[in-house]
Design a protein around this ligand. Structure first.
Ligand code: GA4
Length: 330
């Protein structure tokens, strides 16, 4: 239930009623990428939750800490400096407002293309004293995370017994892949401590439109995922692991077998949360439809669309909307 709290400075944000204290969920599937057998657990996790945590991921911790410190440095700049990198659409700095359809959150962020060549010129001014340092940190991190995402997608294809294990990963590997990178900063919100039974929304509930999302955060809680019964569970933060989301496009390609997970972030009253997310997407012209080999005897739940069509439709919707509804077969 959404509740409006009548406190002038905060009333523009969204709140949720929350009577229970935060309890962490211990049932999040844990996938060890160094074990080939993990492919079966991976498939199970994507069917049950559309969400899991990975360890032994092969991404150097140095890449993670370097990019995190660059992100922290950026978000610590005076507002006037950060504004030089706005607006966020399609790429740049944004604050409070998410997307272009009226969603707001207790968050500021940088949206970037994951294609290295085209990191916008506008941003280089912001990384003032040393733009190359930021660019390198971003490049190292995104390359390593993309490689891991492709390995995971190949293990998924194996686990699903698909002949071509690159069916999913090739979409991210494509030069024209429409992948996005996001740095989020959720400042602490001390005022919410007074609101005992309410939590403020950092980033409202939604599913990710792409194929796969790879999230890493600092040690601050806030991320929640929605279970099939509609309840929300808190994900214990783990700065040395990655969290993987199934996106809408992967749900479609698996004809609904894998679930695109609904998730959100709640504001924290004490500690800042910093997260970095790689959204692996296909090229814009790519046709998205259930894979024939996964449909034996089944009917397609979705009509075919291009990623361009889906993205256009998703980007003109509100965060919480069910974006796949328009593409379901009746
Ligand atoms: C959710 C996943 C990614 O963060 C994102 C978001 C995008 C945006 O911030 O501009 C959207 C959201 C996301 C889905 C619905 C639309 C578009 C905000 C919004 C209200 C970058 C993406 O690809 O889709």
């Amino acid at each position: 239930t959404m509740v409006l709290v009548h406190k002038p400075a905060l009333q523009q944000f969204s709140f949720i009623r929350n009577i229970k204290p935060t309890t962490f969920f211990s049932g999040i599937p844990l996938i060890d990428l160094s074990k080939p057998d993990s492919k079966h657990l991976l498939v199970k996790a994507c069917e049950e939750f559309g969400f899991f945590k990975v360890v032994n991921h092969g991404v150097p911790l140095e890449f993670i800490s370097k990019l995190e410190s660059e992100a922290v440095k950026f978000f610590s700049l005076p507002p006037s400096e950060k504004e030089k990198a706005s607006p966020p659409n399609p790429f740049g700095y944004g604050k409070k407002s998410i997307g272009q359809n009226g969603d707001v959150g207790w968050v500021e962020y940088l949206l970037l293309t994951a294609n290295q060549e085209s990191v916008s010129q506008r941003l280089s001014s912001v990384f003032g004293d040393n733009p190359e340092k930021f660019r390198c940190a971003l490049n190292d991190y995104v390359s390593a995370v993309k490689k891991m995402a492709c390995e995971i997608l190949e293990m998924m294809a194996d686990g699903l017994k698909i002949q071509n294990r690159k069916v999913f990963s090739k979409l991210l590997m494509d030069e024209q892949s429409d992948s996005v990178f996001r740095l989020n900063h959720y400042p602490p919100c001390p005022e919410i401590q007074a609101l005992k039974e309410h939590n403020m929304i950092g980033f409202g509930e939604h599913t990710d439109p792409q194929i796969i999302s790879v999230l890493r955060s600092n040690n601050t809680s806030g991320l929640q995922i929605s279970l099939n019964d509609g309840s929300w569970i808190s994900v214990p933060p783990d700065p040395s692991s990655f969290f993987i989301n199934v996106g809408d496009s992967l749900q479609v390609m698996t004809n609904g077998r894998f679930k695109s997970v609904r998730h959100r972030v709640l504001a924290n009253s004490i500690k800042a949360r910093v997260s970095m997310i790689y959204f692996g997407g296909p090229p814009l012209r790519e046709k998205i439809a259930p894979l024939p080999s996964l449909m034996e005897g089944e009917e397609s739940l979705y009509r075919e669309f291009t990623w361009f069509e889906y993205k256009r439709s998703a980007y003109s919707s509100r965060l919480a909307d069910n974006k796949l509804l328009l593409f379901e077969r009746i």
